[in-house]
Design a protein. Sequence first.
Length: 582
Amino acid sequence: MNLKKLMIFCLLTVFLSQSAYAAMGAPAEIHIEQVSVTLPEINVYLRAGEALDMSRAVAFLGGEPLTVEGARLFDPGEGVFYIFLVDVSGSILERQTQAIKEALRSFAAAKGKNDRIALIAFGDKTDIFLDGTETDAGVIRAGIDLLHRNAPLTYFYEAINYTVDFSAVRGADYPNRRIAVVISDGGDDTAGGRVTREEAAARLTGGNLPFYGFGLQRRDVKNQLLNKEDLDDFGELVRLSQGKVSGTVFDNDAESGNIGEKLMSFRDYIEDFSVLSLKGASNIASGRTETLSIQLGDGEPIEIPVRPDQAKAIKDTAAPGIISVEQISTPKNTVRVRFSESLRGAGDSDLAAAIKEYVTVTDRTGDVMALPAVVYSAGAEEEYPYCDMTFDVGMYSGAYSVSFRGLTDQSFEKNPLTEAAQPFTYGGRPAYLRPFDQLGRFWWLFLILAIFAALGISYFILRNRKDRIMAEDKPGFGDMAQPRSAALLITDAWGGAKRVHIEISQGFFVGRDGNNNMCFDDEHMSRQHFIIEAEGDGFYLTDLESTNGTLLNGVQIIGRRQLQPNDMIQAGQEKFVFLGGW
């Protein structure tokens, strides 16, 4: 019998899909193959009909809603971890084993860059020939070449149990998508095995590892099928893995083709999947079996058992922050604070009742504002979670700041929310009404009194304005036999001008103090600002180390300067034009 005839025996039994292995066409129904859970991210590998509207997908994990981030075609560049489980018991013919080895060599030679291949042989024991760490083509081929028939018995159920555990302990350096491919004639010597069929069925149901089966027929000389019951049981058992929700078909009767061609067709089938990306509220894994419920379009929800593992969760290193603080119109007198992510305890009654203890709002003077009501929302109505703070009706327009303490995000790491104060502007009652509000209900009476007081002060200022410039004939600080006279044109801060004649003995002092020869009620002047002295035929100006200085013709003087007619002196807010002396 030639090799071609030998390979006819290799029958592709079933895939966990709704199509028979011979067609491998587009499925008429939804087939969910596998769920990869690395919280908060969840990827669902599936095949669905062309009419399915993925944009209408909704999903829940343990009853909590998940965010549907979108659907995409599976990228073969992401890689697939293929775990081949090959029967090497005595019921398998040698020519069948050789055909399987040749098919695996071809499959491995065509594998993608990121694909991994494990090879496990089972009979009365389980042997690992490749564990998936091998990347060199020569090493992988050598591992396949070691495959040989060496066992009188078949412990298929025990091999299933082993394979589920084998996949579970592979770390994040393996592809997320993992597939078990069983090549067997379906027989099992249960009496000598350590795992029963019921136990194997339980592992397939909850193991989150899809099994695809290639059935090997045994025929007698009359071409009668000898292992139909074994293949039927094999098909029923494999159907219990992740594809149980999709109505898969296990085909034991097709005889065309060879195992090598069927494995290559199988690869094309595996790559023709879509990925539905979901995201949870946090990376906290329960560690227990939960129900992942997915509804696509108008179809019935599909429920899949998954077990989120904290060790596989994506670490959260980003601390939550405040995105914005803004006043909203509804409810009235309310400010909304938006956060970058949900806070720890969001939705819990204890946080809703005690959140006022974690927030402080202060005005520009540092006074802490009272918050009659605080409401926290995890963001059901908006893109981001937010906190609504309602203030008293007496809030005034101006600058405020808000800060939180003792709050964290909902991650396993409990990253703290920044406690830095966040400024914001509030548009409320005009700030000038604050004093009147503080006076109580009779504020109008105080307003009337204030108006009368202002009018009285204004009258007093206007009445005495004409006396603001005081040229007083005060005695000098010594006697001169012949005092000198001079004239000044003085302009005050309000623009009023007055010509003044002065008598100078030893010196004429000008400043704010009443003991000067001339004094001004001007806070910009020093108590003694400058002095004018007569000496010989001239007059001299000296700054008395005043605080704001003395200007002569616009230039600040240092030391003593002789005055000329029409020189302008400036001190404080007053200007003096020296008109000359005699």
